[in-house]
Design a protein around this ligand. Structure first.
Ligand SMILES: Cc1cc2nc3c(=O)[nH]c(=O)nc-3n(C[C@H](O)[C@H](O)[C@H](O)COP(=O)(O)O)c2cc1C
Length: 195
C-alpha cells in the first residue's frame, strides 16, 4: 500500500498534540543550527536534521512553515548546517529564541565564519559543519522537508555532541558508547563489532 492509498483509506487518528510531542521526544537526536547568508543572514535551531543519501550526498531538515527560516531557505537556495557540540547548548537556545534579533545581529554573540560555498555563517567549534545547496523540497504537513546536496563538510572529530531528548539537552560522551557498527553501517548477526 502506498502512502497515498493509506491516506485515502484511513481517517487521520485524533492524536493529542501535547502527548504526541512528548512521545516523539523519546527519539533522542543531535542538535543543529541551520543558517543562510545573503543580505539578511539567519540561523535556526533544528533537530530534524537527517542524513538521506551517500550518492548523491544528501541531507534533510524539516522547517515549520511559520518560521522565518522557511522563507529564507526558499529564497537563498544555499544553506549551512552546524552540528552542535556538547558545549554549545547556549547556541541551541539562542537560535531557538523567538526574541533574538533578526539579520546579522543574531550572530554577533555567537562565534561563526562564512561558508565559502554557501555564503551562510557556520558555527565555530561545532562537531561538524556542512554546506548545502537546496536540492528538492517536499510537503511535510505543517513543515516543509528541505533536502540539501552537500557541497562541503568539516568534521570536528574530537568533540562530544549535544543531544536533545524529551525536551532536555544533554551530552553524548564518546567514551560512554559501546560497540560500533561495521564501517559500512551494518551490524554483524552476533552483535556490534568489538562487543
Ligand atoms: C532543540 C530544538 C530543536 C528544534 N528543531 C526544529 C526543527 O527541526 N524544525 C523547526 O522548524 N523548528 C525547530 N525548533 C524550533 C525553532 O528553532 C524556533 O521556533 C525558532 O525560533 C524558529 O526561528 P525563526 O522563525 O526565526 O526562523 C527547534 C527548537 C529546539 C529548542
Amino acid at each position: 500500500m502506498t502512502a497515498q492509498e493509506s491516506d485515502a483509506a484511513t481517517p487521520a487518528p485524533e492524536l493529542d498534540t501535547t502527548l504526541l510531542r512528548r512521545t516523539l521526544g523519546a527519539f533522542a537526536t543531535g542538535v543543529t543550527v541551520v543558517s543562510v547568508g545573503g543580505a539578511t543572514p539567519h540561523g535556526m535551531t533544528a533537530n530534524s536534521f537527517t542524513a538521506v543519501s551517500l550518492d548523491p550526498p544528501l541531507v534533510l531538515v524539516c522547517v515549520v512553515r511559520t518560521a522565518y527560516m522557511h522563507e529564507a531557505l526558499q529564497s537563498t537556495g544555499r544553506f549551512g548546517i552546524s552540528v552542535l557540540s556538547a558545549e554549545q547548548e547556549h547556541v541551541a537556545r539562542h537560535f531557538a529564541n523567538s526574541r533574538r534579533p533578526l539579520g546579522s545581529q543574531q550572530f554577533h554573540v555567537i562565534d561563526s565564519r562564512l561558508g565559502p560555498l554557501c555564503g551562510a555563517p557556520l558555527i565555530s567549534g561545532a562537531a561538524a559543519n556542512f554546506e548545502c545547496e537546496l536540492w528538492r523540497t517536499y510537503d511535510g504537513g505543517d513543515h516543509t522537508i528541505f533536502i540539501g546536496r552537500l557541497l562541503s563538510m568539516t568534521n570536528g572529530n574530537d568533540r562530544d555532541v549535544l543531544v536533545f531528548e524529551r525536551g532536555k539537552f544533554g551530552r553524548l560522551e564518546r567514551e560512554s558508547l559501546g560497540g560500533a557498527a561495521a564501517p559500512d553501517g551494518r551490524c554483524p548477526p552476533d552483535g556490534p563489532v568489538g562487543a
